[in-house]
Design a protein around this ligand. Structure first.
Ligand SMILES: Nc1ncnc2c1ncn2[C@@H]1O[C@H](COP(=O)(O)OP(=O)(O)OP(=O)(O)O)[C@@H](O)[C@H]1O
Ligand SMILES: [Mg+2]
Length: 340
């Protein structure tokens, strides 16, 4: 048995070595939950690996996605070639939805993993768990993706908000993303890899690093991905997206001039962010939300008060700063001719 550091993934020969390593390298004792896990594991004779059910990853009820730039063809090429793909772009423009919709269209299982600062090696690779009085090993998201792909012939693994991972956890992804295309679990002495002919697309999404509050991507991780920058759709394209989404979702009764207005307002906020006037740019997600609320509120309100209520929650509510609220109120008044 080897002892894996939960913080940096280093393998140690004994628990004592691991404790010393953690104290010196990470200046803290081993986390309590890790000690519980491994102590239980040590007491066990054989290690049972919890089985993976690929059916739970078959996408269901995915909203309609309107491809605008041959996204599905590109995703297909990456699934075929196995070259990892990272999408970088502002919030709410359909990065996450595009992968889910692609998977749904193909009927391929998709594992969407939300990255955060708190992600540990156990989440990515696996961890010992105590089930009743039995010690079992629960696979992390990477070997799970290999298992699911092998069982279904293909799979997609998406790391959402990739740059929320700490630099140490980013390192853990490397072996699955480069030519090795495998996941070695030292504590099980087992390597997960794809069977011949099986496809696995490892993808990721993130906002540009200028958004703040997140880590930089390690260069070694970045270099393993092909990177595709996305931006807000152009005016006509955005109108087409919203119109098609509205049609599909039954909120197509929105008057044309109101739809044009919200599209114009969103565009103005994006320019205002670039000019430094406000911090929040309305995205296609906000526009879709406005349309949903306009229809939902129409049961209780009508005319100007309906428009004002929908704008208040889906637009103005996104601005906390007093000056920014004032600025957006003025823009709303100029675009829609209503005061809120
Ligand atoms: N091309 C599109 N087709 C259909 N809906 C879209 C499209 N682009 C944006 N949307 C709308 O925007 C929403 C946001 O999509 P999604 O969650 O995929 O954004 P994201 O780019 O991953 O955002 P974040 O960076 O915040 O995670 C969707 O639910 C949908 O309402
Ligand atoms: Mg997303």
């Amino acid at each position: 048995m080897v002892w894996i550091c939960p913080t940096c993934g280093r393998a140690c020969k004994t628990l004592r070595d691991l404790k010393i390593h953690h104290k010196i390298k990470h200046k803290t004792s081993l986390p309590q939950d890790y000690l519980q896990d491994v102590t239980e594991a040590e007491a066990s004779n054989g290690i049972k690996i919890l089985p993976v059910d690929p059916e739970v990853f078959i996408p269901k009820n995915v909203p309609k996605y309107v491809p605008t730039n041959s996204e599905f063809e590109i995703f297909e090429a990456h699934l075929e070639s196995g070259v990892p793909l990272l999408l970088i772009g502002p919030k709410g423009i359909g990065k996450t939805l595009s992968f889910a919709a692609f998977a749904a269209q193909k009927g391929v299982p998709i594992i969407q993993f939300d990255c955060s600062e708190n992600v540990k090696r156990g989440d990515l690779i696996g961890r010992f768990l105590l089930r009743g009085d039995e010690v079992v090993y629960q696979l992390g998201v990477i070997p799970t993706a290999f298992e699911v792909a092998n069982k279904k012939g293909a799979a997609i693994l998406v790391f959402e908000e990739l740059n929320a991972l700490t630099p140490q956890m980013q390192k853990v992804l490397n072996q699955a993303l480069d030519w090795r295309r495998h996941c070695f679990i030292p504590e099980l002495n087992k390597v997960y890899r794809l069977k011949p002919g099986v496809k696995l697309l490892i993808a990721a999404t993130m906002n540009p690093s200028t958004y703040g509050g997140v880590h930089e991507l390690n260069e070694d991780l970045l270099s393993r991905f092909a990177v595709w920058y996305w931006n807000y759709p152009g005016k006509d394209l955005e109108k087409r997206i919203i119109t098609e989404v509205a049609l599909r979702n039954g909120f197509n009764e929105i008057p044309g001039e109101i739809l044009d207005g919200i599209l114009r307002l969103a565009k103005e906020t994006r320019a205002s962010v670039a000019a430094g006037d406000v911090e929040y740019a309305l995205s296609p997600r906000d526009i879709v939300q406005f349309c949903q609320l306009y229809i939902a509120y129409s049961k209780y309100f009508s005319g100007k008060s309906l428009l004002k209520k929908a704008l208040e929650t889906s637009v103005l509510g996104k601005y906390e700063d007093e000056d920014h609220r004032k600025f957006v109120k003025q823009r709303i008044e100029s675009v829609f001719g209503v005061r809120i």
